[in-house]
Structures are given as structure tokens and as C-alpha cells.
Design a binder for this molecule. Structure first.
Ligand code: C5P
Length: 402
């Protein structure tokens, strides 16, 4: 389970022999889904090369406060804001002392002062240095300020001593980092969502589509990412920015959408919020269709059924918990209940698109969710963002009960 999925971790590497474990730590954090940026002190660079950590983190290592090239790429204040967690491993006695005093005489200590993210230290030092009253006073001060300490552990040390001061192993540190984040409703789950309309080509310049803006689907993707899910958003042609930490796949037609959804499987939950065209022209004309007076004033377009993406995914052996949308202009609850049954869904979200203040292209929505027992839960009119967060909480709850 990727408990650190898309979490942003600044890993500070201080100057201690335990820095060799930092290389492994970068890998463990990334295995759990985290994005890692490394900041090294000058001491850290004496023990492990920036190149090693650059290769493992996949990003240039930040070294100096006054490096114009690094500042241009991602300045230290930007890095401080970017972080969801600042983890310093190893933290030397000197670093603890400087942090306790609020000294900002290099990039790492400056960043610690500038960040609002939680800070965690993994001390690593000789047992006598750890036991020294000065280090212990610094430890107390740092902990009083809410800085977390991961370890140290006790055991044999590189210098030959035995006692407290060993840095925790990479696996334990990655675990402790994951524990800094609350387990949210959808932590560790993969949620796939479709959004927006589809476009079905008639000829190279014309297509059939619908009024879907994609706003509801995008709001759901954002709310699901906030709730800790790994989110894949398969979007038809819409003009909306990709929500933070969401993996977006753009598609055009219903068949493209199905292919993209199948490629994104397996997933734990599937929400079909797209307004998929039920039919497409049987043939896409290779050239622009011309007016043909011999056929009178009409034009006959032969249409064929598109695959039902939701029914296809909900019918698979590895079927996800499946949630559909029913946008109707009449007999809302009756039609929605029928769809729930016919498409083998767990939940269906019914919305009345005949009401112009909600539904297609509007900023607000009001929906009723129906489950397999035909229980109805109503969410009254509110912004699509608000409805999305309520729906995600409801869906997560039902998923965990299932
Ligand atoms: O049958 P109808 O189009 O009304 O069903 C709506 C629900 O089914 C929506 O959740 C929509 O995203 C999904 N759907 C689909 N593929 C289709 C048609 C609809 O996934 N071809």
C-alpha cells in the first residue's frame, strides 16, 4: 500500500556516517509513493555524493542557499512551501544545536525556519554526544516546539561504541514518515474517475458532443485526492485545470475513454461522471461532408452504439466498487434505480438536469444517491466542490462497509 502517495518530502541530509542510509531511505520513501527532494549540508556532502541522491530521488539535489541556478529552478522559500514534511536524516548534534537556536546559516536550517510543514529529525551521533546535557537540552527544546524525533536507536556504532545514537533503519524511517500523515478516508486506494463529455467525429471537421462541462467529475477527482486516494482522471475534451496530485488522461471519444479506463485498471473504486455519447456515427467520413442537392434537404447519419464504459468495468471479474451518475430530465429516481440494477452498480448518483440551476455546466449541484437496497440519501444544493467532498465521504464510507 502506498501510504505516502504523492506526499512531498524534503529530505535533509546532515554530515554523519549514517548518511549512507539516506540513499536507501530515498528509495523507501519513493516506494511508498512519495516525491522526494534532497537538501544536503556541507557535512553531508563529505559522506555521500549529491549525484547518488540525485539519481535516486530523480531530481537535482539542493546544496547552497546562494546558488543562483538552484534558486531559479526552485527557490528555498518555494521548496519550504512545497514540502508536506521536512525529514532530516541523519541529524547531527551540530544540526540539533543550530535548529534549537534558530540559526539559519545554510540552506537546510533556513528551510526549516521557512517551512510550515511538520519537521522530523532522525538523530545519528556517538552515544556520548547524544547523552551530553547540551544535546539533551536541545532535544527537549525542539520537541517542545513540535518537532518530531524518529529514534535514535541503541546498538553498536560506527565509531566502535555501543549505546543510544544509531540512526533508525530506512524502513523504520519511511514508516515513521508515513505515520506523520493521518490515514484519510481513501489512503492507499486507487480511484478511477471519468469526467466531461465525449466527442464523436462525423468527418474531419464535425463532431457530436453534449453540454457536460466536466466540473463535477473534476471536483470529485480533487476531493478524492484530498481524501488520500491515488486518482486517475480520464477526461473528455474540457477546459479545466488538472487538480493537484491527480493523474489525468485526456481522451476524445467513448471508445478512447474505455481504452484509457481499461489501461488504468485495476482500481478499487470507479466513479463514472462522464457524459458518454451513447451513439457514434458508424463511419467517420474521410473528407468534409458536402451538401448533396440530389439527396434533398436532409442528411441521414447512420449511428451505432458506443460501449458502456461503466457497465464494462462493473462487469469485470476484478470489478471495482462502482458508482454511476444518472443525469435525467424526468422520472429521475425510477430511471436511476433501473440503471443501478442494469449496470451492476453499488451506488448511483441521480441529478435532475432539467433544473437549470444545477447539473450540466452550472456551478452548483444537488443530488440523490441510491444504493442497492434502494435507500435514498439526499445532498441539497451547494457548490460542486462541496457536493464532491460530501459524495467522496459517503462513497468511502460505503466502500469500507462493503
Ligand atoms: O445509461 P446512461 O448514459 O444514462 O448512464 C449514465 C452512467 O453511465 C454515467 O455514470 C455514465 O458515465 C455512464 N456511461 C458510461 N458509458 C456509456 C454511457 C454511460 O460509462 N457509454
Amino acid at each position: 500500500m502506498q501510504r505516502l502517495y504523492r506526499k512531498r518530502i524534503v529530505l535533509g541530509v546532515g554530515g554523519g556516517i549514517a548518511a549512507y542510509k539516506s540513499a536507501e531511505l530515498v528509495r523507501r520513501l519513493r516506494d511508498q509513493g512519495a516525491e522526494v527532494r534532497v537538501v544536503m549540508t556541507s557535512g553531508g556532502r563529505e559522506f555521500i555524493t549529491p549525484l547518488t541522491l540525485q539519481a535516486l530521488s530523480g531530481h537535482p539535489v539542493h546544496l547552497d542557499l546562494l546558488d543562483p541556478a538552484a534558486e531559479a529552478a526552485m527557490g528555498h522559500i518555494e521548496l519550504a512551501r512545497w514540502a508536506d514534511l521536512v525529514l532530516i536524516a541523519p541529524t547531527t548534534a551540530d544540526l540539533m544545536a543550530r535548529l534549537a537556536q534558530g540559526v539559519a546559516n545554510d540552506l537546510l536550517t533556513t528551510l526549516v525556519l521557512a517551512t510550515n510543514a511538520p519537521i522530523a529529525l532522525a538523530p545519528a551521533m556517538n552515544q556520548a554526544m547524544w547523552a551530553d546535557p547540551a544535546t539533551q537540552a536541545n532535544r527537549v527544546l525542539l520537541q517542545q516546539r513540535g518537532i518530531r524525533l524518529f529514534g535514535p536507536a541503541s546498538g553498536s556504532q560506527a565509531c566502535g561504541d555501543v549505546g543510544m545514537g544509531r540512526m533508525l533503519e530506512a524502513d523504520d524511517l519511511a514508516q515513521a514518515a508515513a505515520d506523520c500523515f493521518e490515514r484519510s478516508l481513501l489512503t492507499g486506494l486507487h480511484l478511477l474517475i471519468t469526467a466531461g463529455p465525449t466527442q464523436e467525429n462525423i468527418d474531419p471537421v464535425r463532431y457530436i458532443t453534449n453540454h457536460s462541462s466536466g466540473k463535477m467529475g473534476f471536483a470529485l477527482a480533487e476531493a478524492a485526492a484530498e481524501a488520500g486516494a491515488r486518482v486517475t482522471l480520464v477526461a473528455g475534451p474540457v477546459f479545466l485545470p488538472t487538480p493537484d496530485r491527480v493523474q489525468r488522461v485526456d481522451v476524445v471519444s467513448a471508445r478512447d475513454m474505455l481504452t484509457a479506463c481499461e489501461a488504468a485498471m485495476p482500481c478499487d473504486l470507479f466513479i463514472a461522471a462522464a457524459a458518454v455519447a451513447d451513439y457514434r456515427p458508424e463511419m467517420i467520413a474521410p473528407h468534409k461532408l458536402k451538401k448533396d442537392p440530389s439527396k434533398g434537404d436532409g442528411l441521414l447519419l447512420q449511428m451505432v452504439r458506443n460501449p458502456d464504459i461503466l457497465a464494462t468495468l462493473a462487469g469485470r471479474e476484478d470489478r471495482p466498487f462502482s458508482v454511476g451518475f444518472a443525469a435525467e430530465t424526468e422520472n429521475l429516481l425510477e430511471y436511476a434505480t433501473r440503471k443501478l440494477r442494469d449496470k451492476n452498480l453499488d451506488l448511483i448518483v441521480a441529478n435532475d438536469v432539467a433544473n437549470p440551476s444545477i447539473g450540466f455546466n452550472s456551478e452548483e449541484n444537488a443530488v440523490t444517491v441510491i444504493d442497492r437496497q434502494q435507500h435514498e440519501t439526499r445532498f441539497s444544493q451547494a457548490s460542486k466542490g462541496h457536493i464532491a467532498r460530501q459524495l467522496i465521504a459517503f462513497i468511502a464510507d460505503r466502500f469500507h462497509q462493503a
